[in-house]
Design a protein around this ligand. Structure first.
Ligand code: PLP
Length: 454
């Protein structure tokens, strides 16, 4: 009998893991010389990505981590559509425009005004556009009055980093009003000390990143009305409703935070947060066309017509916008209400159990604002820190962030858990079991001697 020689198969039928690509440690910082079998390359990239956190256990993010099959299919079908090519893809452009109208309506844009808006890559780009519009309007008014325009400022509470970016990128002073003890956001009576003739606007947040609370937009507007009565300064409000813009209209329809408040000039929201669209879409809407300075809008010829565009980008995927439209169409008002209510119920359930666990004081127990909870350790509790708890939970794959509150409350360390579409009650119960187990582990008496006894 002869010996069997192993012949390596290089042909298409070869097993994926015997292909040359699978049998080498890959160069990470140079493009490879040769082509590879797509299946082998796919396995390698997919396996590497498995080292990332599991998105469904990521309770730190506001962003969509679950999508249905139809969304995936529509996005796949639309993968090649460029949102900027309004001429080539007029229906995609029409769908974007419908979404803007749907949101304007949801946020009570006055019927007699000509609300307008656009999609963006997220709330950050939306914040840049809304911030620029405020800055340009302020500058036009100042120039008309013959006053200097070199020191614009923007007043806000504990904002998300996108407003710090806006301020730095576009030369605006950011006046962040310090967070008061026991407050969860900007309070109306703090404003008059911070606004002046150089204030381009006030940002109110519907769903503060740190605490999940809604800032009281109507009361903030009333405080600015009082400022106007006293000083004549007419300061607009922009509402950063990155998360709340898709929650409040369904769970708290009577809460007046939107265009029902006369002073609200513009609103942004992240479609890819509680809007339930996949990552990569946000929205900004102005109460009326007159609030968007003409100089910021570029005109693109389109089907013999003329389409105005306002964006920081040029080419962008159309599929996220299409997925947003599908989700609005598919769920409707009732569907959004049911999903957000289920999330809120689960957040409140979790809030009750965390409050009962012993070591925690609740900052926000899931009632009234976003479907989320936040809490800190009881005063004087020192058997473990929240950072220890984050590490302990991470061993089971949960991502529950711990962080300091913004100025002036940097000494307060808190933990925050977000509940979104796709986080079931059962998942929350599994997390709760792991929180109990982690507390037990962290408070167990440490053995005196480590290692083996001889
Ligand atoms: C998430 C968030 C942003 C940034 O939104 P992106 O869509 O991630 O760009 C801005 N403001 C608030 C209040 C947020 O929660």
């Amino acid at each position: 009998m002869g010996m069997h020689r192993i012949v390596k198969h290089r042909e298409p039928q070869a097993d994926t893991f015997t292909r040359p690509l699978s049998e080498s440690v890959l160069p990470k910082w140079r493009i490879p010389e040769e082509m590879s079998d797509p299946r082998a390359a796919y396995e390698i990239v997919r396996d590497e990505l498995a080292l990332d956190g599991n998105a469904s256990q990521n309770l730190a993010t506001f962003c969509t981590t679950w999508s249905d099959t139809e969304t995936r299919k529509l996005m796949d079908d639309a993968m090649s559509k460029n949102l900027v090519d309004k001429d080539e893809y007029p229906q995609t452009a029409a769908i974007e425009s419908r979404c803007v109208h749907i949101l304007g309506d949801l946020w009570h844009a006055p019927a007699d005004a000509d609300a307008m808006g656009c999609s963006t890559t997220g709330s950050s780009e939306a914040a840049m556009l809304a911030g620029l519009a405020m800055k340009w309007r302020w500058r036009e008014a100042r120039e008309k009055a013959g006053k200097p325009t070199d020191r614009p400022n923007l007043v806000c509470g504990p904002v998300q980093i996108c407003w710090e970016k806006f301020a730095r990128y576009f030369d605006v002073e950011l006046r962040q009003v310090p967070l008061r003890a026991d407050a969860t956001g900007l309070e109306p009576d703090q404003l008059s000390d911070h606004v002046d003739e150089n204030t381009i606007g006030v940002v109110a947040i519907l769903g503060v990143t740190f605490t999940c609370a809604y800032e009281p937009v109507a009361q903030i507007a009333a405080a600015l009305d009082a400022v106007e009565d006293k000083t004549g300064l007419d300061i607009p409000i922009h509402v950063d409703a990155a998360s709340g813009g898709f929650v409040a209209p369904f769970l708290r329809p009577d809460l007046e935070w939107d265009f029902r408040v006369r002073r609200v000039a513009s609103i942004n929201s992240s479609g890819h947060k509680y809007g339930m669209a996949p990552l990569g879409v946000g929205w900004v809407v102005w109460r009326s066309q007159s609030l968007l300075p003409k100089g910021l809008v570029f005109h693109v010829d389109y089907l013999g017509g003329n389409v105005p565009t306002f964006a920081l980008t040029f080419s962008r995927p159309g599929s996220q916008v299409i997925a947003q439209y599908f989700t609005l169409l598919r769920l409707g008002r009732h569907g959004y209400t049911e999903v957000q209510q289920a999330c809120a119920d689960t957040a409140q359930w979790l809030g009750r159990h965390i409050a009962q666990a012993g070591p925690f004081d609740m900052l926000y127990d899931g009632h009234g604002a976003l479907p989320a909870v936040s809490y800190r350790l009881k005063d004087g509790y020192d058997r473990f820190s929240l950072y220890d708890l984050t590490d302990q939970l991470r061993m089971r794959g949960w991502q529950v962030p711990t962080y300091e509150l913004p100025p002036d409350r940097e000494n307060t360390v808190i933990q925050r858990i977000l509940i979104r579409h796709g986080t079931s009650r059962d998942t929350a119960a599994l997390l709760m079991d792991d929180i109990h187990r982690s507390i037990e582990q962290l408070t167990r008496p440490q053995p005196q001697h480590r290692g083996f006894h001889h």
